[in-house]
Design a protein around this ligand. Structure first.
Ligand code: PLP
Length: 387
């Protein structure tokens, strides 16, 4: 099998697993315990936090470990907006882009349903890009928070986060970015980006599922969502996932060290793959930005097919990929992201995303491009559901 679905998840790196192992076995202590096992767990958690802070260029106290990207997005959007509203009830609007992951979009909708917020959605251009002008146009004196993702999970478009965050800073509005897809592929230094909050998920970069990080800049107040024993400086209660934090810190540190060379290598493979698919499949359309895109994502629409059928056919030929975001898989509804880019509903249903792991090779992608040509051809000939 050629695995081209790394934006959905990645295997745990051996180094991360080795680093985690002691904290799942002999060193199994609870960081809240006041004895040697508890102390060892506290030290491991502290070290993991420092390592994450080193990669992000922030202070360890600005790093909160969560149960994943979804929880970190929820904490950023709800936590920051609610804290700001509590300080000033006039702050009752949140701004999100039209291509956010549901973890951000649904958090904003929750604020609308239960906390009197209005949600302002910044439109994107046909490549899925938010411009500073478009963002400026929706900002109001009542805007409590802006959340615009770093890189899109379906089409790979990379946003001009530093420019957007600079605009937010001029207006004194906290800026959150979901960097779940970007981490490992793009620099994530929070000072260079100028963001106030940033989300990372472990399982997209070689750590286990169920662990994530939210960076929140020191002065940005955040209302906790999970209440209890006051762990994570009161930002996120619950006994810490020590092994998960250690695994995430290990995988993130390695990904950070490898990032520049990896991005360069894989971007070349991506461009060759995109060219091969566009050449080989009549009518194929690249979705997302032609240049400002993740090195690891190539996404297309294949008019005259159904994305799900192409997916099945590709799997029969040994290629695993996705028809859109993993969250929407199996659903017949066209992707809201593609609709936001102005892709028609019918064409949007023909979307297929190929996303590459760091181990991807030229041979993998050459074989995959041939498989795509065959799969699309056979779906177009045979109709919707090849058996
Ligand atoms: N944000 C983006 C952009 C994602 O792609 C994902 C996962 O697909 C998430 C958030 C959610 O992360 P997690 O799976 O760790 O909850």
């Amino acid at each position: 099998m050629i695995f081209l679905d790394a934006a959905a998840t990645t295997p745990v790196r051996r180094e991360a697993l080795d680093a985690m192992w002691p904290f799942l076995t002999g060193e199994f202590g609870n960081p809240s315990s006041h004895h040697s096992l508890g102390d060892a767990a506290t030290r491991a958690l502290d070290e993991a936090r420092k390592a994450v802070a080193t990669v992000l260029g922030c202070r360890p106290g600005e790093v909160t470990f969560t149960s994943g990207g979804t929880e970190a997005d929820n904490l950023a959007v709800k936590g920051i907006a609610l804290a700001r509203q509590a300080a000033d009830p006039a702050l009752n609007r949140v701004v999100i882009s039209a291509v956010e992951h549901p973890a951000v979009e649904e958090s904003a909708r929750y604020l609308e349903r239960f906390h009197g917020f209005s949600v302002d959605v910044v439109p994107v251009d046909r490549y899925g890009m938010v411009s500073p002008e478009a963002l400026a146009a929706v900002l109001r004196p009542e805007t409590a928070l802006i959340s615009v993702m770093y890189a899109n999970n379906e089409v790979g478009t990379v946003q001009p986060v530093a420019a957007l965050a600079a605009l937010a800073r001029e207006r004194g509005i906290p800026f959150h970015t979901d960097a779940v897809q970007a981490a490992g592929w793009l620099p994530v230094d929070v000072k260079t980006l100028g963001v106030d909050a940033l989300t990372i998920s472990g399982h997209k970069l070689g750590a286990p599922k169920g662990c994530g990080v939210l960076f929140v800049r020191g002065r940005t107040r955040t209302e906790p969502l999970v209440h209890g024993g006051g762990q994570e400086r009161g930002r996120r209660s619950g006994t810490e996932n020590v092994a998960g934090a250690v695994g995430l810190a290990t995988a993130l540190t390695l990904a950070h060290a490898e990032q520049g060379a990896l991005a360069e290598r894989v971007a070349l493979l991506r461009d060759a793959f995109i060219a091969a698919v566009l050449d080989g499949v009549p009518g194929a359309v690249l979705t997302g930005h032609p240049v400002e895109r993740l090195p690891s994502v190539a996404s297309f629409c294949f008019p005259g097919t159904s994305g799900e059928s192409v997916l099945l056919e590709l799997e029969r030929q040994g290629v695993l990929c996705s028809s859109g975001s993993a969250c929407a898989a199996g659903s017949d509804a066209p992707s809201p992201v593609l609709l936001a880019l102005g892709v028609g509903a019918e064409v949007a249903q023909t979307a297929v995303r190929f996303s590459f792991a760091s181990s991807v090779t030229q041979a993998d992608l050459e074989a995959a491009a041939v498989a795509v040509r065959t799969a699309v051809g056979s779906v177009r000939t045979l109709g919707r559901v090849p058996q």
